[in-house]
Design a protein around this ligand. Structure first.
Ligand code: BEZ
Length: 257
């Protein structure tokens, strides 16, 4: 699920505390409806759990991720599956795949046109692209809380630090069509996402939102995280649990020609 210019990913932490990311991917696998013998690219494979499900379904699966840490962990867990370090914006496949599948990755890449061109090029004629990622307004309450917390502590927030690409459905499907796809499904839906344990929000921000804290010392960061927790508790903590305000985009595109 991961694309970052710097490899800040902690693959062990990802597997132990954030395994919900690939668990949610199960629904996307249903949409993919893989058939035995198909060749499928898992774009942003993370530590390989969804690729393993495809492998078990007799799919000829290849997993790529921009994080060398994630790929190393995926290879260690599932040595029979080919995993490679590759950036989603620099894919170099040609008419190879029956499907390209991507769960919780594309919001990390700020150059969607390049990504879509590479995916289209990698698909065989008739191939399908199935993806889910953060859409417009995703985790907006958390973002507002982080920016407010940083500024309240006397630090600047620069919009260039924003790590995610969260398009509207109109924007993204237009880009898909521009790349050549026929869009057969497009949804932008709320998916409130429970975060494990009392530290759930803090752990989520540490794992995924580190870009907001660039240049801030660790002790200050901890204080800011405590402030953010206090300010967001009335908004995102219900029935003894943190719930992140995810808004997802889910799309299917077909390469017809
Ligand atoms: C998401 O799946 O929407 C997401 C996950 C981590 C960071 C940002 C968004």
């Amino acid at each position: 699920m991961t694309q970052h210019s710097q490899d800040t990913w902690n693959a062990n932490l990802y597997d132990t505390q954030h395994s919900f990311v690939s668990k949610y991917g199960d629904h996307l696998l249903d949409l993919l409806a893989p058939k035995a013998g198909e060749k499928i690219l898992d774009l942003g494979c993370g530590t390989g759990d969804l690729a393993k499900k495809l492998y078990d379904a007799q799919v000829d699966v290849v997993g790529v991720d921009s994080s060398a840490n994630m790929v190393a962990q995926a290879k260690k867990k599932y040595p029979a599956i080919p995993f490679e370090v590759q950036d989603a914006a620099e894919l170099d496949f040609h008419n190879e795949f029956d499907a390209v599948f991507s769960n919780a990755t594309l919001h990390w890449v700020q150059t969607p046109k390049q990504v879509l061109t590479g995916i289209y090029q990698g698909l065989q004629q008739g191939g399908r692209f199935i993806a889910e990622f953060g859409g417009k307004g995703n985790v907006q309450t958390i973002i507002d809380g982080i920016i407010h917390g940083i500024q309240e502590a006397g630090f600047d927030y620069n919009a260039e630090q924003f790590p995610w690409y969260y398009p509207s459905i109109g924007e993204y499907t237009a880009l898909m069509e521009e790349a050549g796809f026929r869009v057969t499904l497009a949804q932008h839906y709320d998916r409130p996402t429970p975060l494990d344990e009392d530290n759930g929000l803090r752990d989520w921000i540490i794992m995924f939102g580190s870009a907001f804290f660039t240049g801030i010392a660790e002790d200050k960061k901890n204080d800011i995280l405590t402030t953010i927790e206090q300010q967001l508790r009335p908004l995102l903590y219900t029935d003894g649990q943190w719930v992140a305000d995810y808004k997802r985009i889910r799309v299917i595109g077909i390469k017809e020609k």
